[in-house]
Design a protein around this ligand. Structure first.
Ligand SMILES: Cc1cc2nc3c(=O)[nH]c(=O)nc-3n(C[C@H](O)[C@H](O)[C@H](O)COP(=O)(O)O)c2cc1C
Length: 171
């Protein structure tokens, strides 16, 4: 898929077919995620891939019962490795680690779209519940849950803001 087409046609997909996503597809997505830039090339991020139904249920609860988290056959929790980044960058490290994780999320979403998979970035969740459920070590911060599956909907494009509201040119 042409990159611009991919950028323009990607949507958050929240309904999925009831069929599994092969491990090789998931691995390819994680490789795409890891193509993202990172501060100092430290790659201060981690991924937790969840297909086990009981754990998906727990994470869905932590995401306030959002239906796409409950129904997705795969959840990928993308985490910032704040400890790793802060060891080099001090206070700035936590911001860099979150940015490293966010960049990876975006690459993963685009790769999923390119493969015909549907995905949604979930930011609304209880950090503590996710941390406990996944037994994340100190310094590992869950940044995003990505719900993933074969799409069973084709959502319309989300409304856009006027560019003048968002962009300031200094020429
Ligand atoms: C930081 C962040 C947090 C988000 N959290 C949620 C969420 O908790 N639940 C949800 O359904 N969508 C969530 N989204 C997806 C947005 O709702 C979606 O990207 C937006 O409506 C634009 O639609 P599009 O992705 O189809 O272009 C989140 C997106 C971002 C970037």
């Amino acid at each position: 898929m042409n990159l611009n087409d991919a950028l323009q046609s990607r949507r958050s997909v929240r309904r999925y077919e009831d069929r599994p996503v092969l491990r090789e597809h998931i691995t390819a997505l994680l490789e795409a995620a890891e193509s993202a830039p990172s501060a100092g090339n430290l790659r201060s991020r981690r991924y937790v891939v969840i297909t086990r139904p009981e754990m998906r249920k727990v994470i869905a609860m932590a995401a306030f019962g959002q239906s796409q988290v409950q129904s997705a056959p795969v959840l990928v929790v993308v985490c910032a490795d704040v400890k790793r980044s802060s060891a080099r960058y001090g206070d700035r490290g936590s911001l860099y680690a979150i940015q490293d994780a966010d960049a990876a999320v975006m690459c993963l979403l685009l790769a999923a779209h390119d493969m015909g998979l549907g995905a949604c970035w979930i930011g609304a969740f209880d950090d503590l519940l996710v941390r406990e459920a996944l037994e994340l070590q100190d310094g590992i911060l869950p940044v995003a849950i990505i719900s993933l599956g074969w799409p069973s909907e084709s959502p319309a494009a989300a409304p856009k803001r006027h560019s003048e509201e968002m962009i300031r040119w200094i020429e």
